[in-house]
Design a protein around this ligand. Structure first.
Ligand code: CTP
Ligand code: ZN
Length: 160
């Protein structure tokens, strides 16, 4: 159909192989695929089977990125952080080649314990452990303790 045609998903336009079991993160904003991999802690050194499409044609946006991870389903924390850099992403769980679950990411109101505050003077970055907490804004995140706002480079704040 027309939808498939424009999304590049029909047989003669498929750019990235189907996966057997795992997760397809689709409709990622063009240019964010590497940040998606960073959030998932994937750098290829652990033998992960991963396919990435960047700036491929999409019907929903002019261009999209797509990340396919074989043999892995994502945790809610991972999906929460993904939603910050890929607010329109679709998470597709694939089992035995079929999409068995599909949901849009939802932006949480707050994220706790997943991002570290870039402010060296923030109570969350001191010696005494205080769990980080950020309020999710329209266009970024705000530390609940020191009010520092981060709009770009959110992926670089991910706690390891
Ligand atoms: N996919 C995959 N491997 C599979 C099944 C699906 O890589 N075994 C990918 C498809 O290529 C597509 C995404 O997972 O990029 C979602 O698949 P599907 O729901 O079949 O496609 P659409 O209906 O086009 O999805 P949407 O409406 O969310 O765009
Ligand atoms: Zn802070």
């Amino acid at each position: 159909n027309d939808h498939d045609h424009h999304d590049g998903n029909d047989d003669h336009e498929l750019r990235v192989s189907k996966i057997r079991d795992g997760t397809v993160i689709d409709h990622v904003r063009g240019g964010q695929a590497l940040n998606v991999l960073a959030i998932l802690g994937i750098d290829g050194t652990n033998g992960e089977e991963v396919s990435v499409g960047m700036n491929v044609p999409s019907n929903r946006f002019a261009r999209k990125d797509i990340v396919k991870v074989e043999g892995r389903e994502l945790s809610q924390d991972e999906v929460d952080v993904l939603s910050l850099i890929a607010p329109d992403a679709t998470i597709n769980i694939v089992r035995d080649y079929d999409v068995v679950e599909k949901h849009r990411v939802e932006r949480p109101d707050v994220v706790e314990g997943v991002l570290s505050c870039p402010n060296a003077g923030c109570i969350t970055t001191g010696d005494e452990p205080v769990t980080s907490r950020f309020t999710v804004l329209e266009d970024g995140v705000r530390c609940s303790y020191c009010e520092t706002i981060v709009r770009e480079e959110i992926a670089s704040l991910i706690e390891t």
